[in-house]
Design a protein around this ligand. Structure first.
Ligand code: ADP
Length: 257
């Protein structure tokens, strides 16, 4: 049975950033990749759909609430991006015990009741895992490409495999895999692999996917999360920023070629 998937008003293309496991750098990558893509003359937005643990407010240092007329929410604009997150709407200190149906209704709010303005590419920071929220999105919304984030560790790779299988079943095109925390460079430029080596390679071979990048463990990147300024906005010339720009170019060519 083929289901007609919805488009979201004001949005031309949608990319889902997904990881089957938490803590692998999905939100950090989503934030920096969105910033990188906006530097390629595209109008970019982020929908933080990580309903259980929204990170976009912290990553962009946003404490204000979106403006609303009671019906429609305006996204918050920062660094030329339009941003929406469940974290803008609820007190960050209140634990969020969302149940399945509530997750679906939150997703509907974000897709139907946000005044997205003329966005070329919306990045969705998906909740980790293959649960309700990911399913609802993938079944109802027209996703143009999914990007899977994993570390080289077996634990993460095994879960990523499940995520890939799910996107495949739902006919969501997978643009590729980003292996995060692949290696660390010491001061003397020697390289070590604290989480193992080539973890994503097995997924690439098994599913015939593209490896979009291997990103290093980088303390500038982790500091930027704590400060709340994406590295792409504070140091465009850093090695890691250049890597994000390269990934953004690849995504752009997959979307428009
Ligand atoms: P997830 O969204 O998968 O839960 P986060 O983006 O919140 O993961 O990242 C988890 C932690 O790891 C954060 O503290 C973040 O700053 C850090 N981190 C992510 N990627 C890197 C990296 N390449 N180098 C250093 N720290 C990283």
């Amino acid at each position: 049975m083929s289901v007609v998937k919805k488009k979201i008003n004001g949005i031309k293309k949608i990319i889902a950033i997904s990881s089957a496991k938490g803590g692998v750098g999905k939100s950090t990558i989503c934030a920096n990749l969105a910033c990188a893509t906006s530097k390629l003359n595209l109008k970019v937005g982020i929908l933080d759909a990580d309903i259980y643990g929204p990170s976009i407010p912290q990553l962009f240092s946003i404490n204000e609430k979106p403006i609303t007329d009671g019906m429609i929410l305006d996204p918050i604009e920062k660094y030329n991006l339009q941003l929406m997150s469940i974290g803008f709407l609820v007190d960050q200190n209140v634990p969020m015990i969302w149940r399945g149906p509530m997750v679906s209704s939150a997703i509907k709010t974000f897709t139907n009741k946000v005044r997205w303005k003329d966005i070329d590419v919306l990045f969705i920071d998906m909740p980790p895992g293959t649960g309700d929220a990911l399913l609802t999105f993938s079944q109802e919304i027209q996703i143009d490409g999914a990007i899977i984030i994993t570390t080289p560790q077996k634990l993460s790779v095994n879960d990523a495999n499940r995520g890939i299988e799910m996107f495949k079943k739902l006919n969501v095109p997978i643009f590729g895999i980003i292996e995060n925390m692949s290696f660390i460079k010491d001061k003397d430029n020697s390289v070590s692999y604290p989480f193992g080596k080539d973890g994503a390679l097995s997924l690439i071979n098994k599913h015939n996917l593209e490896l979009l990048a291997n990103l290093e463990i980088n303390d500038e990147l982790s500091k930027s999360s704590d400060i709340g300024i994406p590295l792409l906005e504070s140091d465009l010339n850093s090695e890691i920023s250049k890597n994000f720009l390269k990934i953004a170019e690849k995504i752009k060519s997959k979307l428009y070629n």
